[in-house]
Design a protein around this ligand. Structure first.
Ligand SMILES: Cc1ncc(C[n+]2csc(CCOP(=O)(O)OP(=O)(O)O)c2C)c(N)n1
Length: 289
């Protein structure tokens, strides 16, 4: 849709250029609405700039256009939403075999799909970590309520998602707070699951254990060959139990949902849970998540 547009209007976004974000098309008329004037023309030149709170500015804009349209809709809603729906359905159809895969080692997409269909999404706050789990979760997780996804697309410090989930639980104890991460990410901040257990902040930690830093394989060929730098191993379910959390290792696709349900019971009782899913070494990613 972005590439077909003749005008792109970004509301409440910084338009920071980074390889971790969607790549913005060139040669379009750009309208940028952001709270921070420093964002304007920072990476992407704007033809029109609006500085203000997104919700307030959009309300004002709607007021303005309503007058121009003489109170009538343009009548394009059905065609545009229909096109978006058709594109999305086609794309989801291509990914459905991975989202519902019965393979073992597990498809990380199956883990995310089953998770999304087992938890109460409107009452969940989810975040991911840096590495492949970000690319795996972002395209497919569908938020239903505001403030239910903590995105950190422009920063990449591995292990950060755990602290975000713990912080979210502190701020919203009534919500289920989930972090999805990989085995390199847990290597950075994993000990902090003890904080969650001690402080009785029951989060759900979804660990994709693929025994490797998959996201780095292509750029660390030499050190992989010479020093095995990208190899990782460990039993993180045991590790979680040793630090006071509920821990379970899941290797079979049919065991994903029952394990999530058991973890949710523990969480209801006040204990953080870490589910360790034994996933395939490398997975393809959806091009523009
Ligand atoms: C502190 C820090 N060091 C290094 C990196 C670079 N980096 C990005 S992803 C990644 C590997 C991620 O591996 P893992 O968490 O196991 O997930 P996978 O890609 O294997 O699914 C690394 C080392 C980083 N983002 N942050």
């Amino acid at each position: 849709m972005l590439h077909d547009a003749d005008l792109v209007f970004g509301a409440g976004c910084s338009w920071t250029a980074t390889p971790f974000n969607m790549q913005m098309p060139k040669g379009k008329k750009m309208v940028h609405l952001t709270l921070d004037p420093a964002d304007i023309n920072k990476d992407i030149a704007s033809d029109h700039a609006l500085v203000g709170d997104a919700a307030l500015a959009l309300d004002a804009l709607i007021e303005e256009v309503r007058d121009r349209l003489k109170g009538k809709p343009r009548g394009r809603l059905g065609a545009v939403t229909g096109k978006i729906r058709a594109l999305k359905e086609e794309w989801l159809g291509q990914w459905m075999p991975r989202l519902t895969s019965n393979s073992a080692p597990l498809s990380p997409y199956r883990v995310i799909w089953d998770l999304m269909h087992t938890v109460d999404v409107p009452n969940t706050i989810v975040t991911h970590d840096s590495g492949s789990p970000r690319d795996q979760l972002v395209p497919f997780w569908q938020c239903k309520t505001p403030r239910s996804y903590i995105g950190w697309g422009k920063s990449t410090q591995l292990g950060y998602g755990l602290g975000l989930a713990i912080g979210a639980k502190l701020a919203a104890p009534e919500k289920l707070c989930i972090n999805v991460w990989g085995d390199a990410a847990i290597g950075f901040t994993g000990m902090d699951i003890e904080t969650a257990a001690r402080a009785k902040l029951p989060i759900l930690s979804i660990l994709m254990n693929n025994y490797v830093m998959a996201a780095e394989l292509n750029v660390m060929k030499f050190s992989t060959e010479k020093f095995h730098s990208t190899d990782i191993s460990g039993n993180y379910a045991d590790f979680a139990r040793a630090l006071g959390c509920y821990g379970e290792r899941v290797s079979e696709p049919g065991a994903i949902v029952p394990a999530i349900k058991r973890a949710l019971e523990k969480i209801n009782d006040g204990q953080p849970a870490l589910l360790e899913f034994m996933t395939e070494r490398q997975s393809p990613r959806s091009a523009e998540g």
